[in-house]
Design a protein around this ligand. Structure first.
Ligand code: SAM
Length: 235
């Protein structure tokens, strides 16, 4: 029962995000006006390609997210904000991207990961590194980056949107919980919807997408100055 209620809520949330993403921007004096969802039209659901026929476990989110990034964007200079151990950056680096982890805690790369395309375990050689900035993310860090990545980036989601608005970067947000953010969702409003609304307030259009794993699997993408692959479905 609780599970199906959760599924229904996730489906409603996704539909709302799709509708929100169709709102081009707020009117000039709309800061405190609620968004009129009924005025917004539907758009197709964008699902990331994955070979698995069933939902994968949440622990593979980094690999799925990497796969989606590599399918969607041309390689670029990317800030992996709140990147933790840096697996997403490591995978991007090996695909010709120029990634930098920005995280106040300096952590080593994991020693292995599962390649979800070959379904094999891959060892990461002990000497392998990714570039890191060991600091709390600030808007000014974004200067010079094309894409700002926030996978479960605690305390950084609103700042990532601010930074994209200031420097024209693209962003991909994959939030989990609301920690140390400058605002909180109103009662009954999902954190993703609040972020979507904030992105529109900052005139950053976006589209929602969904990755193939269990749990909160919806992200928001703003293309900004990034180059999108011709084969991707963002257009
Ligand atoms: C839940 S972990 C996510 C790690 C990784 N992105 C993932 O999805 O597995 C949250 C990360 O955010 C980092 N973090 C917390 N506050 C931060 C801040 N102000 N700026 C940048 N990173 C921050 C933490 O150090 C931690 O590595």
């Amino acid at each position: 029962m609780a599970k199906s209620a959760g599924k229904i809520r996730a489906a409603e949330l996704y539909t709302n995000l799709e509708r929100l993403s169709r709102a081009k921007s707020h009117s000039e004096n709309s800061d405190d006006e609620p968004l009129d969802l009924s005025a917004l039209a539907n758009q197709p659901i964008r699902l990331a390609l994955d070979s698995s026929k069933t939902l994968r476990m949440k622990k593979f989110r980094a690999q799925l997210f990497y796969q989606w990034l590599a399918q969607t964007f041309e390689p670029c200079r990317a800030a992996d904000i709140g990147g933790g151990k840096g697996l997403i950056s490591y995978l991007l680096l090996n695909s010709g991207w120029d990634p930098v982890v920005i995280d106040p805690f300096d952590q080593p790369l994991p020693d292995k990961y599962k390649d979800i395309t070959s379904e094999r375990r891959v060892k990461i050689p002990p000497g392998d590194r990714v570039a890191r900035i060991t600091a709390e993310f600030e808007v000014e860090h974004a200067e010079g980056f094309d894409l700002l990545i926030g996978m479960h980036a605690h305390g950084c989601n609103a700042k990532i949107i601010d930074a994209a608005a200031k420097y024209g970067c693209g962003f991909v947000l994959f939030p989990c919980c609301v920690i140390d953010e400058p605002f909180y969702p109103r009662l009954g409003v999902h954190w993703l919807e609040s972020l979507a609304d904030y992105a529109l307030f900052k005139k950053q259009d976006f589209f929602p997408f969904r990755l193939n794993f269990k749990g909160q699997n919806i992200g928001l993408c703003h293309v900004g100055k990034c180059r999108v692959k011709e084969s991707s479905t963002t257009g």
